[in-house]
Design a protein around this ligand. Sequence first.
Ligand SMILES: Cc1cc2nc3c(=O)[nH]c(=O)nc-3n(C[C@H](O)[C@H](O)[C@H](O)COP(=O)(O)OP(=O)(O)OC[C@H]3O[C@@H](n4cnc5c(N)ncnc54)[C@H](O)[C@@H]3O)c2cc1C
Length: 520
Amino acid sequence: MKLARAWPTPCDGQAFDLLVVGGGATGLGVALEAAQRGLDVGLFESHDFASGTSSRSTKLLHGGVRYLARGQLSLVRQALTERAAVLKLAPHLAQPLAFVMPAYSWWQKPFYGSGLMLYDLLAGRAGLGRTRWLSRAATLQALPGVQTQDLRGGVQYWDGQFDDARLAIALARSAQAAGAQLLNHTEVTDLQHASNGLSRVSLRDRLSGREAVVHARCVVNASGVWVDKLRQRAGTGHPPPAQLVSPSQGVHLVVDRSFMPGEQALLVPRTRDGRVLFVVPWLGKLILGTTDTPRTDLPREPLALAEERQFILREASTVLAREVRLSDVRSEWVGLRPLVARPEAAGTATRMLSREHTIVQDAEGLVTVVGGKWTTYRAMALDVIEHCMEKALLPQRPAGPRDAPLLGAPAQAPRVPALHSPPGLHLYGTLAHEVLACPGERRELGLGLTEAMVRYAVRAEYACTVEDVLARRWRALFLDAREARSMAPAVAESLRQEDVHDPDLAGFTALCGHYLPEER
Ligand SMILES: Cc1cc2nc3c(=O)[nH]c(=O)nc-3n(C[C@H](O)[C@H](O)[C@H](O)COP(=O)(O)OP(=O)(O)OC[C@H]3O[C@@H](n4cnc5c(N)ncnc54)[C@H](O)[C@@H]3O)c2cc1C
């Protein structure tokens, strides 16, 4: 079972049908879709799977109530269908969740309620539950801890929630089981299109510094907000392509469940300054967020602006009965949305599939996919593979078993603690017995993580560093950064026992400071 990080021998000089750059939701979805069609697939991720935007989402599987307000009904319908599909693919990692919009004015219940009934209508058979008007008493029961002053009632509707980073690992493992080769901590450093129709792709192992070259018939650039960097590297001899991505950052704060100890989420559809605020129970804590602030740079670890943090604290304190202070924040994380700037500005855009995601093919044959959201990763993957087949960049192959459950998924919705409960063995689904077979299953290191889970993360889930374990295989950094820091030495020790030469304990300890606004 031990996964020795097989580098570089099986890779150097190897040729793939399809090479995917980036191991976030988009790239992993593309790799799985292609591998299920029997194509020879390689995926390379410069850091860790989902370490970019894909571990920093609000963790909602949703049709997009916001798009509904803008009248983008077909987008909403597609996302609602995809929401239902993902819930079936991994019921241990993605589950339905009830949301309540508390109403403080007489018009809010009918206004929001009728919009959400349209949401139900669009979902059709993919619906998760009916929208209901709630009385004041029912709202208080659903949202214990909500501000009671002037509360008139609420509207309850349904969406989904998930563990984004663990879903990414399930996708990676499922793609590997379907025949794809995936390597994390392996950066694509250069890309040359050769006259024989193959691309020559240079790789660098960021952990050891070793380099290799592989070849591919088709290269898909799924590097999220970083897509333009790769497009520029690949474009030697051509004018630089127009910028495709216009990033926007979103901040989340995590606080204890005691602020709202119920099992339903809260949505403020319109804050005083016209934004949206979610209060979502997740893995034993509460997520508060998010913001939407344009950025011009692309840091790996973006930091929140003071104004963004103040907005979340202020609005959460308005809708909750108890004031939320900076000292209550257990973790603060920031993600960059890969928003499409102006697809037509890319000049060679082959098709703009929707306002949500875009596929662009540059002169060198590099296919870039960007935009969209986690909820629609499957639809994006399908569009990319169909595009590549249409353009004869890939051989025609029929679709594979797209609705097959991901590795670890129980056949039925599991009778296990819901995703809003503290993390535990249930997150491994049908693979829990493999975790229990690792040494140290009784030794807890904190926040539900056992030594056996750490060993399993190395042996079966591609973890190479303390950060891989405590940020993404187990969400400790996102739940409580101080606690994660105190768990780190024991995790590093277990990694060393699993022959990880340098688990980068110092790097992780420093990173925890980024997630603790009080310490900056
Ligand atoms: C604040 C926020 C909240 C969100 N909430 C939701 C939500 O609730 N629900 C939802 O459905 N969607 C949500 N989204 C959107 C969703 O998270 C993103 O659309 C999705 O994660 C993007 O995935 P990606 O694979 O395109 O990008 P990424 O996850 O960033 O993946 C790109 C990967 O490419 C790698 N890479 C870059 N350059 C190279 C290179 N040269 N070589 C190899 N690898 C490279 C990076 O390390 C990175 O891991 C949210 C986004 C944000 C920012």
